[in-house]
Design a protein around this ligand. Structure first.
Ligand SMILES: NC(=O)c1ccc[n+]([C@@H]2O[C@H](COP(=O)([O-])OP(=O)(O)OC[C@H]3O[C@@H](n4cnc5c(N)ncnc54)[C@H](O)[C@@H]3O)[C@@H](O)[C@H]2O)c1
Length: 273
């Protein structure tokens, strides 16, 4: 327990259950003194356990589908009403690909589904930022963070159209980061997290192997959801006021690696079998 975010208020998207990265961010933000509002889709409120988190965090839950502009506008209004004015941070922790869910490979994408993947996982970020920007909802030196994955830069087989969504998400952080930064001194960054065992993570084929491989490759090992939460808190804090429009790797060093002794041993073992 500390006071890194003492006096700060924020809106957190994407806590579905205890495994969710957003769940860990919410818990840690409150432990560091923040007040939060939680949001997720009406369906996820029914299937998930967000109300338990809300009770722990002394927070309210406002349902919103992040692809619907009218939901987001209402959400920002209600959040401002709850906080009695502007607030300081937003976490976008949202991802879903109907193509991945239905097991359709990248060379056999359903284009309706692709539109949904992009809308839910990337364009929702633009919609959320725009709703906050047009309502002047964030204080100066406010901070917006979205979670992303290395497949935006390098091909990860099985990540399919989510890779395209992440590339767009990271681009939105730069494009809106310029506008929001210049006008209101609000920063926008993406955090590129290690593979993590969550509901969304489990949608990626072979996640178990990916976790093992990444663990063997990263000099510091995989970053857990808890580690991710700690990193995100620094981006909400006043210690990172001049960091904006960046994609920040939070992966134990994986993104800079090509081969490690540990990963080589796995390959050698496999070759001998
Ligand atoms: N798990 C991983 O391996 C990993 C790695 C890197 C980045 N990420 C990213 O982290 C973020 C959070 O995912 P997670 O791993 O915690 O999984 P998760 O399944 O717990 O979270 C995904 C969330 O997206 C929400 N969501 C889906 N459609 C929505 C919509 N229309 N409107 C609002 N919310 C919607 C879901 O309800 C859920 O809460 C995602 O952006 C994901 O791509 C995950």
């Amino acid at each position: 327990m500390g006071n890194l975010l003492q006096g700060k208020k924020g809106l957190i998207f994407g806590a579905l259950n205890e495994q969710s990265i957003a769940w860990k961010v919410a818990e840690r933000a409150v432990a560091e003194g923040a007040e939060i509002v939680l949001t997720n889709t009406p369906a996820s409120l029914r299937f998930g356990t967000i109300n338990e988190l809300a009770a722990k965090c002394n927070s309210i839950v406002i349902p919103a589908d992040a692809t619907k502009v009218e939901d987001l506008e209402l959400l920002i209004d209600k959040t401002m009403e709850h906080f009695g004015g502007k607030f300081d941070f937003i976490l976008h922790s949202i991802g879903m690909s109907p193509n991945l869910r239905k097991g359709l490979s990248y060379d056999d994408l359903n284009y309706e589904y692709l539109n949904k993947t992009l809308d839910i996982s990337a364009i929702s970020f633009h919609k959320i930022i725009k709703a906050a920007y047009s309502k002047d909802a964030l204080n100066e030196w406010g901070s917006i963070v979205a979670l992303t994955y290395l497949a935006a830069q390098r091909t990860v087989c099985g990540y399919d159209d989510m890779a395209d969504a992440k590339a767009l998400l990271e681009s939105i952080a730069r494009s809106f980061g310029y506008i929001y930064g210049q006008k209101c001194k609000v920063r926008i960054n993406t955090v590129s997290q290690s593979p993590t065992l969550t509901t969304a993570g489990s949608g990626v084929a072979g996640l178990g192997n990916l976790l093992e491989y990444a663990e063997a490759m990263a000099p510091l090992g995989n970053a857990t959801a808890e580690d991710c939460a700690d990193y995100v808190l620094t981006l909400f804090s006043d210690y990172t006021r001049k960091v904006t429009m960046q994609n920040l790797f939070h992966d134990g060093g994986f993104a800079s690696m090509s081969m490690s002794h540990a990963a080589m041993s796995i390959v050698e073992k496999g070759l001998k079998e």
